[in-house]
Design a protein around this ligand. Sequence first.
Ligand code: PNS
Length: 170
Amino acid sequence: MALTSVSLSLDSVVIAIYPGSFDPITLGHLDVIERASRLFDQVIVAVLCNPGKDPFFSVSQRLEQIRRSTQHLINIEVDSFTGLTVEYAKLRQARVLLRGLRVLSDFEKELQMAHTNQTLWDGIETVFLATTKEYSFLSSSIVKEIAKFGGSVTHLVPANVADDIFSYYN
Ligand code: PNS
């Protein structure tokens, strides 16, 4: 077989970005990240710095939480960005924008976002990964709601995040 037919060019390296608030990262997010790490050459988990929002955890805390939760995966990078997701994707040469889909009600908002992003840059492909069934109910908001009323969230978030939440309330 000719060498040229098997050699990989840089163009064939597929970089995916997984943007979100991750306030905080949940086991549902982690499940998407772990599965994406097997599908793509590199996955950039990108935390949106959203000045309009009052987050529970700061961006630097969220970056640290995600880094610690994904340290067993070699092709994951964790970063933050401001502004439009597609502009960040261009900057990072990412052609795939990854989002998790839990339930049907997610679909409408996610499709609208995918279509919007397509109008902003037709170089991006949104790829949806269906969340594992056991996490289909799970969101960062639910985690914060349970924690606020003193419930345990250890079965919902990575251990280091559960520790951070425990420290926040104790
Ligand atoms: O975890 P979230 O809050 O559901 O993530 C939403 C996110 C960050 C992916 C989305 O709000 C986003 O891409 N914001 C950046 C601004 C942008 O690009 N808007 C145009 C697409 S709707």
